[in-house]
Ligand binder design. Sequence first.
Ligand code: NAG
Ligand code: NAG
Ligand code: NAG
Ligand code: NAG
Ligand code: NAG
Ligand code: NAG
Ligand code: NAG
Ligand code: NAG
Ligand code: NAG
Ligand code: NAG
Ligand code: NAG
Ligand code: NAG
Length: 529
Amino acid sequence: MRRQSVPDNFLMAEAVTLLCFSLLFFCSHALVSPGSSNSTIDELALLAFKSMLSSPSNGLLASWNTSSHYCSWPGVVCSRRQPERVVSLLMGSFNLSGRISPSLGNLSFVKKLDLHGNRFVGQIPPELGQLRRLQVLNLSTNTLHGSIPAAMGGWTNLTTLDLSNNLLQGEIPNEVGTLKNLVDLRLHKNDLSGKIPLSLTDSLSIEYLSLRDNRLSGEIPVALVNLTSLRHLDLANNLLSGAIPSALGRLSSLSVFNLGYNNLTGLIPTSLWNISSLTAFAVQQNMLSGAIPSFAFSALPHLQTIAMDDNEFHGYIPTSLANASDVSFFQLSYNRFSGIVPLEVGRLRKLNWLQISNNLLQAKEPEDWELVSALKNCSRLKLLDLGANKFKGLLPDSLSNLSNSLTFLSISVNEISGSIPEDIGNLINLQYLDLSNNYFTGTLPSSLSRLKSLQSFSVYSNKFNGLIPVTIGNLTKMNYLDFDSNTFSGRIPSTLGNMTNLLALGLSDNNFAGRIPIEISTSKHSLVS
Ligand SMILES: *[C@@H]1O[C@H](CO)[C@@H](O)[C@H](O)[C@H]1NC(C)=O
Ligand SMILES: *[C@@H]1O[C@H](CO)[C@@H](O)[C@H](O)[C@H]1NC(C)=O
Ligand SMILES: *[C@@H]1O[C@H](CO)[C@@H](O)[C@H](O)[C@H]1NC(C)=O
Ligand SMILES: *[C@@H]1O[C@H](CO)[C@@H](O)[C@H](O)[C@H]1NC(C)=O
Ligand SMILES: *[C@@H]1O[C@H](CO)[C@@H](O)[C@H](O)[C@H]1NC(C)=O
Ligand SMILES: *[C@@H]1O[C@H](CO)[C@@H](O)[C@H](O)[C@H]1NC(C)=O
Ligand SMILES: *[C@@H]1O[C@H](CO)[C@@H](O)[C@H](O)[C@H]1NC(C)=O
Ligand SMILES: *[C@@H]1O[C@H](CO)[C@@H](O)[C@H](O)[C@H]1NC(C)=O
Ligand SMILES: *[C@@H]1O[C@H](CO)[C@@H](O)[C@H](O)[C@H]1NC(C)=O
Ligand SMILES: *[C@@H]1O[C@H](CO)[C@@H](O)[C@H](O)[C@H]1NC(C)=O
Ligand SMILES: *[C@@H]1O[C@H](CO)[C@@H](O)[C@H](O)[C@H]1NC(C)=O
Ligand SMILES: *[C@@H]1O[C@H](CO)[C@@H](O)[C@H](O)[C@H]1NC(C)=O
């Protein structure tokens, strides 16, 4: 059985070549006739490709003319062993626009076809399915429409398929895979408009598959499980729905698993926690639910990225997190996780990003707040976002012992009381500090003036009192400053006028005396409330 139809004229050309070996006499005659030699086929295919571009003679394509051999044209790479045959067409970011010519299907020696980052429109021509030697296909970042062609069953040596960031639509159906199915689907192509199959399981060598940033719909095909070499699976930012197939847990070489920004429902299959080669696990912005088992991260020693935000997960944050000791990015915001944050988080020495805002996480007793001391060993921590949870009680002084690398700290929208640590100014690289919507009291510590990198500072809606420190005017990078809804008193310091980058300043709903100093009201771009 043939996997896909090779064009008859191509077979003819091969036949003529074969004939040449046996019948030298006819040979020279046969080769001069147009359309019969290898070089003519490839050259014609390239010229046909060029002719379908909207400005075929602009830019780099200007030198695609007969004054030089096509093997020297920009983007064209010919074989060493078959000197006339094109093996790579590398035209990423060549500023090309127009349609992709079906003639590329005639470049039968091509292994690498890279047209990423251009402005191609229209469909992916099914003729590309004839490229049996294809190993790398990158059509990412164009504006291709239509479905993924069924004809990819012939790409048995394909290792990399990147169709990301286009406007591709249609389903990735479940029942693809066998050759028989492929033939059937091709026969019924007209009945299946919008549901063109991705015959992935014939591309068994595939290691890199990215279809991200398209409009693919339907469910994730179970058939993906046959791609046993797969290391990189990225289906993010489509319209995929249904559950994550449990069988995907058998993809034991998987390193990147990204299904984020879809419409997936159901639980995370337990089998996924067995893929010990995982480095990135991303399912954010779906409608996934359920609790994450406490052992979830115990067998994932290479995991670096965990992105599960914007779903409907509940239950505790798994303590097995400590076993995933390479984790640097941990993002669980916008779920319904509850309980206290496990102190094990502090064992993640490479932790850079900890975002667990908008959950039902809590701290009540001082021992619940040991999290903050536990994090002091995370010397690379850059972002800590505990906002919009149920943290209560007093903020421990150990907050000021957090890593110097911290640039973002939010504990807003909680029920935290007491004063803020006197030495908060130790966090000298902070750019963003949000303490808004809590029950803080007391005065603002003067150490704040050490936060020279601060660009955004909000204490909105608390019960702070006393004077605004005059030295705060030294923080000249500030562009957002919000003191609204507190009980600050005294004069508004004129040094605020030194913040020349300020875009918004909130002073309302306090007990200030006197007027807004002229320095502030005349400073450029300020929005004073
Ligand atoms: C055409 O390609 C075949 C391989 O398919 C090769 O054996 C033959 O030498 C090539 N002919 C020419 C004229 O380059
Ligand atoms: C053909 O390509 C050469 C470079 O190979 C270039 O110098 C020449 O200007 C091109 N001719 C036309 C008509 O564009
Ligand atoms: C890209 O091509 C368009 C025409 O297709 C041309 O107007 C534009 O100048 C080109 N841009 C660059 C950076 O070459
Ligand atoms: C492929 O090459 C053959 C022979 O040169 C030609 O007849 C045919 O039109 C080409 N196919 C496409 C899609 O250009
Ligand atoms: C696929 O790769 C194998 C191993 O590199 C090679 O022997 C075979 O010829 C390739 N198949 C095609 C159609 O290029
Ligand atoms: C494909 O091209 C894009 C640029 O659009 C690039 O980011 C990506 O890494 C390429 N894919 C592969 C597998 O090389
Ligand atoms: C995987 O491949 C095998 C053999 O090619 C086939 O029988 C099976 O149906 C495929 N599995 C799926 C889920 O498509
Ligand atoms: C997502 O799924 C829900 C329910 O299954 C459905 O109502 C909604 O239209 C879907 N959204 C998209 C963008 O497909
Ligand atoms: C995980 O792997 C273990 C051992 O390799 C196996 O016994 C278990 O059934 C697997 N669990 C799932 C849910 O696949
Ligand atoms: C996970 O970490 C815990 C606590 O540090 C340890 O007791 C356990 O042996 C670890 N499990 C694995 C599979 O490494
Ligand atoms: C901060 O500003 C005050 C006046 O507002 C000034 O006297 C002081 O030297 C400044 N401190 C630093 C460290 O820049
Ligand atoms: C800061 O503001 C005060 C009062 O408005 C002014 O006297 C001082 O010169 C300013 N300092 C700087 C460094 O601009």
